[in-house]
Structures are given as structure tokens and as C-alpha cells.
Write a protein that binds this ligand. Sequence first.
Ligand code: ADP
Ligand code: MG
Length: 362
Amino acid sequence: MSNQPLPAVSFQGVTKRYGVVTAASGVNLDISQGEFFALLGSSGSGKTTLLMLLAGFEKPTEGRVLMSGTSVSDVPPHRRQIGVVFQNYALFPHLTAADNVAYPLKMRRVGRSEREARVNAALGLVNLSDRGSSFPSQLSGGQQQRVALARALVFGPDVLLMDEPLGALDRRLRDQMQLELKRIQGELGITVIYVTHDQSEAMAMANRIGVMSGGRLLQVADPETIYAAPSSHFVARFIGECSILRVAATDGGKGYEIAGARQSLRSPAKDPFDIVVRPENVSIRASVEAASDDAFGVAATVRDITYLGAGWRVALELSDGQSLLASIMRGDDVAGRLAPGLPVVARWAPASVAVLPTEGSS
Ligand code: ADP
Ligand code: MG
């Protein structure tokens, strides 16, 4: 026996089909107690399906779902100790905020005085102590979402599921709510599974991210690893800007050659592979100024320049015809000289290179 605590949630070989559509496919995933886990993927990738299977509103076609090591196949939704918050708050319009929050307690036959105490605590947690008597129509979108959150937490669930909960809010309110959700999660130590299609939201909030596509979980890792070491072309492209470059392996995979330049890899890679380079890791110098030493550098031409405020995004064409993005900051030597057609030398450090298995024909 190991003395690892049991995962709060486990998906074991879970597949869900709706007729000919496979909404979730062979999903294996353990989520730890107290973890803030983000399910990230574009629309239709199967995120909501996984939440529905966990909450018990749907049954898996294959596989099973466990909570704290016990299969919940035969446990109805209201017995699973799971709170759920959706994008459309789904508040009862004819009930006050306090009565909305009290609802799950009434369902569970919690007595009046305890109910009042718990409702007050939950409204306090979401900073709405003074709005208990307001009806949903009298509250802003952000406040309604707080009420929905209080309602999901009031009965002390083990796991909180949130399905694109901030999608209907504007940018500023969303940033503020992100911080608040993190605070609340920290205070309660609750396990959160958070569905989003927004990679920056997932990066900002989660301890770990699971990237989904076509019902499959492509990669599960902490945000830094997902960003710096994506496991596939899809994940690399989905998480922020990057360039994926075709290279020729050298030295049996200890290094690579691109457009006549050679660089060693930090660790050997299995041939054939591509490399991923993030724009912020690329530096460029005008060719006339580049030192003619034997350091790694790839000849390129500036094709396009986009002003971003803090700097510029520069699209380059390498001498072998491949495209490379670089982000250039205000203070960079080359900044004042950027112009389409400018011949440059592009560089990046071996430590900033991620290696991907080459895919079919792209
Ligand atoms: P996401 O939440 O990532 O946008 P969903 O889990 O909602 O994705 O959907 C995954 C796939 O399953 C989609 O192709 C969707 O159309 C399909 N799907 C989801 N729910 C149902 C359902 N109740 N009946 C039929 N197809 C469904
Ligand atoms: Mg969805």
C-alpha cells in the first residue's frame, strides 16, 4: 500500500458516445484533493461532457468515474457532493439571492437556523453579504455569478465544477473574478475543475491543465510544462504563439540543423522531430551588425511588423523559406531599424527549444 492520498476524482478509461459522436474518448485522469485543474480546449472538444459524467448527469459508455477511490456509477447527482457553476448563472429569477443560495440546503433538509448561518457565510465568502435580499434582475452579471458560486459552495461540496463561468463577463471583471476564485479556492481548500477555452485563463488559474481535442485528453501538465514542453503540434499551437520549424537531426538526434545553422539540443531527441520556438525567445540583429563568429544564427528577412505597445511582433522568413515569429522589445538594438525586407540574423538559446515528434504532412 502506498500512503499517497486517494485522488479526489479519477476518470478511468472513460468514453462517452452520443450516437455516432464520440464526445469523450478513452480519458484517463486523476485529480488530486485541493487541486485547481483546468480543462482547456476549443468548442466541441468534450470538456462539458467530462463535467456531466463527473456530476452524474450523464453515464459513461465505457469506463468509470471515481471520487476518493470509490466508483460513483450508482450514486445519483445530488449525492455526489459536487457543486456546479455554469456560464449562464441559472439562478431562480423569482427567488432572492439569499433564497437562491439556500436552495441546495432546503433540498438537503437542513434546518432553518443552520441554513441561515450557512447562507450568510456563503454570501460573505463571495463578498455579497449586503445583497441577500436582492433579486437576480437587480444584480450585475458579476454579482449574479457570485450568487451562483455561493449556491454551489453552500452545502460544503468536496468538488467544485465550473463550466466557462466567466465567459459572459467583460475583460476587467473577468480578471477580478479570476483572482477572487483563486482566493476562495485557497480559503476552502476545495478541489476545482474549471472548464475554459481561454488558454490565458487556464494558465493564470490552474495548478495543472488538461488540453482536450476531439474528446481526447492530449496532454496533462502544469502550466509551465504545457507552455515550454508541449507534447504535440496541436498543444504547442493552442497554448500561445509559437513557430514550429522543420529541422534535420544531426549527430543521431543530439542536435539539429536549420538553414545551414547547427545547434545542440539539451537532451537527445528521437528522429524525425520538429522544434518549437516561442517568439519571446527569439532575438534578431541586423545582418550588417551581426558578429561573424561561429555562434548559432539563422539568416532571415523581415516580412511583417506588428506594433503591440510594449514592443513589436516581427514575422521573419528564414533563408530556407520557413516562417519564424520574434517579439522585439522597445529597448532592443534592432528596434529602431525594423523594416520589411531588412536582412537579419535570428538566434535562440538551446534551452528555449522544445522538440516535437514530426506529424504527417503539415
Ligand atoms: P465542449 O464543452 O468542449 O464544447 P461538449 O462536451 O459539449 O464540448 O461536446 C463534445 C461533443 O459531443 C460535441 O460534438 C457535441 O456536439 C457532442 N454532444 C455533447 N452533448 C451531446 C448530447 N447530449 N447529444 C448529442 N451530442 C452531444
Ligand atoms: Mg462546453
